[in-house]
Design a protein around this ligand. Structure first.
Ligand SMILES: NC(=O)c1ccc[n+]([C@@H]2O[C@H](COP(=O)([O-])OP(=O)(O)OC[C@H]3O[C@@H](n4cnc5c(N)ncnc54)[C@H](O)[C@@H]3O)[C@@H](O)[C@H]2O)c1
Length: 435
């Protein structure tokens, strides 16, 4: 098939490259000329394991190309994916301006039947609205399909090629058949394709993300209670997760969830509920718990050093990305921590295996960036572990202690052995672990 993907972010580029790799002819379109220029050279504009190799392979095979001109690409296509950003508006709702503007452009450019697939995360009712607005502008038949994306940054290629499930929201038999054909290579291992109406597909995406965020905030509240009553979160978590109705995944407490999805999707689902007269109290609490949790490490530092006593202190921060294996900084807990440390007059030295360029764009010279994690602890009053990159799991703590001014560790992801570190002479603070 001839496929157009609009938006070359984490979702659009991964989808485009994976469809090209299964033999389709793909044109990826973006308004960002710099991105398109670097993609033409086979360079990915962000870090995602395995993506650059797959991109280069498919560029060389001439199965994928890049353009800033949507109209030309649409005229020659069978399916157009919309994968542009749907950021959070001030009122919490999703900003649909980019997605709707792309839909209008597709409608006025199409010269024969095609399927418009909305892959961006959009509130219930968007496909219906898009279908109506396209019908009012198009000369030809166009079916709008909702096909939310569930990939995880850091494992995006594998998630796309071997998804847990595919969700297709469409009432058109013709469009459903095209979508089933398109995804056939990715569901050979019997991953299900769920066909449903577009509104249900749209809601499935938000409900899934909200459920995952709920588990995290729930466990963060349990962790706070552990600290109050002197219980041990690791023991509680493992024994809770052994119940197969609960399971072990997504039960890890920490310094909050971030990223481009959970924070905005939780807020957007609250807004959707509000727009329909429903107070989604549970999700409002999930959101509030997360805001509190993102401030937890700074608060622990203030408790340790004394409030108002961070000025001039030097802190190391390990991990800037919102999670490992990505350079995505959107809503990253590290930013909340660093902002608070800077506001209190502290000096910050940070290291991240891949996100430092993005962080430099954000902070400029307001913090120090070091290429080696050990340099971040040189003369430091404390070290904060914010992103649980693999290389941070088993560092040389003897070397760290020798380099630090004071041996104080704030482990925002509970990845270190508290007892061993205390034996080594560190003051260790985790999340929900007994002091
Ligand atoms: N990032 C994820 O892990 C993830 C996972 C599932 C779903 N989603 C959803 O997918 C959508 C895209 O997310 P993302 O993280 O890939 O976004 P992104 O911000 O990384 O990329 C969006 C791209 O769209 C381009 N764009 C914006 N307006 C455009 C226009 N009018 N025409 C053409 N291109 C345009 C931007 O230049 C940018 O390159 C969002 O709705 C998001 O919620 C994201």
């Amino acid at each position: 098939m001839r496929i157009v993907v609009v938006g070359t972010g984490y979702v659009g580029l991964v989808a485009g490259v994976c469809f090209a790799d299964s033999g389709h002819t793909v044109v990826c379109v973006d308004v960002d000329e710099k991105k398109i220029a670097s993609l033409r050279q086979g360079e990915t504009p962000f870090y995602e394991p395995g993506l650059e190799e797959l991109l280069q392979k498919n560029v060389a095979a001439e199965r994928i190309s890049f353009s800033t001109t949507l109209a030309d690409a649409v005229r020659a296509s069978d399916v157009v994916f919309i994968a542009v950003g749907t950021p959070q508006r001030d009122d919490g709702d999703a900003d649909l301006r980019a997605a709707m503007s792309v839909a209008h452009q597709i409608a006025s450019s199409a010269e024969r039947y095609l399927v418009v697939v909305n892959k961006s995360t959009v509130p219930v009712g968007t496909a219906a609205r898009m279908q109506a607005e396209i019908a009012a502008r198009a000369k030809v038949g166009i079916d709008v399909v909702s096909n939310p994306e569930f990939l995880k940054e850091g494992a995006a290629i594998d998630d796309f090629l071997r998804p847990d499930r595919i969700v297709i929201g469409s009432r058109s038999e013709r469009a459903r058949a095209i979508m089933a054909e398109l995804y056939a290579p990715f569901v050979r291992t019997e991953s299900p394709i769920y066909f449903m109406d577009p509104g249900s597909a749209e809601l499935t995406k938000y409900a899934a993300n909200a459920m995952l965020a709920t588990r995290i905030s729930f466990m963060n509240d349990v962790a706070m209670l552990c600290e109050r009553v002197g219980a041990d979160m690791d023991s509680v978590r493992k024994a809770m997760g052994a119940d197969e109705r609960i399971g072990q995944k997504f039960l890890f407490p920490g310094c909050g969830y971030g990223g481009s999805c959970f924070p905005k999707d939780v807020k957007a689902l609250i807004a959707t509920a509000r727009n329909h007269g429903l107070d989604f109290t549970l999700l409002s609490a999930v959101d509030a718990v997360n805001d509190r949790q993102k401030r937890l490490l700074a608060q622990k530092a203030k408790a340790h050093f004394g409030a108002g006593n961070l000025r001039g202190r030097k802190f190391g921060v390990w991990g800037l990305a919102f999670k490992p294996k990505t350079d995505d900084l959107r809503h990253a807990p590290a930013l909340a921590l660093i902002d608070e440390l800077l506001a209190d007059g502290a000096v910050v030295s940070a290291h991240d295996p891949v996100a430092m360029d993005n962080a430099r764009g954000h902070y400029g010279d307001r913090i120090h960036f070091v290429n080696n994690p050990y340099l971040a602890v040189d003369g430091a009053d404390a070290l904060f572990l914010v992103t649980e990159w693999n290389e941070f799991r088993q560092p040389d703590f003897v070397r760290i202690k020798a380099a630090m001014k004071q041996p104080v560790l704030f482990d925002g992801r509970n990845i270190w052995n508290a007892q061993r570190l205390r034996e080594l002479g560190f003051a260790y603070y985790g999340v929900g672990r007994a002091a």
